[in-house]
Design a protein around this ligand. Structure first.
Ligand code: UDP
Length: 336
């Protein structure tokens, strides 16, 4: 069945992959993005409306002019470090912006939303792997802002009948298989792209000893002393959104639900570097430096609830796929 989906943040990294998957499956896609951090060309074949979540007049016009079946809400700020120094920006964009969106949905009788939440809502969990019942104690304003929206969705579900599924992403990685869209952040702070940038530098003739690659802390209580994360391919995240939307369409009585999205497997920073050396053919060197503030030692998902309830399975569970696709993208679209 063909649906018309509003994708907020559809010009961003994960949103643009979502737009592509939806259009490939025959859905009509409207992208709503303020282009503050997104790229207009990344919105691809979606119909791009440049607008801000806080602009209720603009949002109301989008809903009234289009017969929208549901919203996939990616638009948000997502740098943990920046959220610590600029919390006002994070609460304004991620919380107030989302409330404006929800209120516009209410006014226009649109009742289904898939929300990009995060494992950052769990903070530093006492036990692993992380299930949906693990207590949520975020340790930075980014995670807090996402948790506040989760609460808002629960309250709007009870009071106004809003159906929602919050998907708590672990570490998004990878790019489209054909290298036509991928990750483009400025500044880039994420491990995998930074490793691949270093590989590009060496491939271009740079001295491996002058490495730009830094490992933040090697004294964590993990198998090699570096942090462990659960890396999930961006297209696996997107396929879960489609399953979530189908679930809400099939079971309209559902209120607010939450699911973890990961692959149930963790890699240390050194293991990721090693896997990138194999894919790129570059013997990567790195410098070990002090821990980065606020990095929990280990975040690994138990995503079995999503696998069961959404009937979803990640098809790129091996990190090699994410690295290979991201590498193809960066080779074709080098940064800077
Ligand atoms: N990391 C690192 N060097 C970098 C960037 C990240 O060692 O230049 C580590 C970071 O401490 C974390 C892991 O890599 O343990 C993943 O970090 P990233 O920023 O990609 O994602 P996060 O888990 O913070 O969302």
């Amino acid at each position: 069945m063909t649906h018309t989906i509003l994708v907020t943040g559809g010009a961003g990294y994960i949103g643009s992959h979502m737009v592509r998957m939806l259009t490939q499956q025959g859905h009509n896609v409207i992208v709503y993005d303020n282009l503050q951090r997104g790229n207009a060309d990344a919105a691809g074949s979606g119909k791009l409306i440049v607008g801000d979540l806080h602009d209720s007049t603009s949002l109301d016009a989008v809903f009234s002019k289009n017969d929208i079946d549901g919203v996939m809400h990616f638009a948000a700020l997502a740098y943990v470090g920046e959220s610590v120094t600029e919390p006002a920006m994070y609460y304004h964009n991620n919380v107030t912006g989302t409330q404006c969106l929800l209120d516009s949905m209410r006014r226009n009788n649109v009742n289904s939303l898939v929300f990009s939440s995060t494992c950052a809502t769990y903070g530093e969990p006492d036990s692993l792997p992380i299930t949906e019942n693990t207590p949520q104690n975020p340790i930075n304003p980014y995670g807090q802002s996402k948790l506040m929206v989760e609460q808002m969705l629960k309250d709007y579900g009870v009071a106004y009948g809003l159906r929602s599924i919050a998907l708590r992403y672990f570490n998004a990685a990878g790019a489209s298989e054909d290298a036509s869209i991928g990750e483009r952040h400025d500044p880039e702070t994420h491990l995998l792209p930074l490793i691949l940038f270093e590989a590009l530098r060496v491939k271009a003739g740079g001295d491996p000893a002058d490495t730009t690659l830094k490992v933040f802390g090697d004294d964590f209580d993990t198998r090699d002393g570096t942090c462990i994360r659960d890396y999930i391919h961006v297209n696996d995240l997107c396929s879960a959104h489609i399953k979530a939307f189908e679930r809400m369409s099939a079971q309209p009585q559902l209120g607010a639900e939450q699911f973890n999205l990961g692959v149930n497997r963790g890699y240390t920073v050194l293991e990721v570097i090693d896997a990138c050396s194999k894919v790129t053919g570059v013997e990567l060197q790195y410098k070990k430096i002090a821990r980065r503030a606020g990095d929990p030692p280990e975040l690994v998902a138990d995503a079995s609830l999503a696998m069961r309830q959404l009937q979803w399975e990640p098809v790129h569970a091996d990190i090699t796929d994410s690295i290979q696709h991201a590498w193809n993208w960066f080779v074709a679209n080098p940064p800077g």
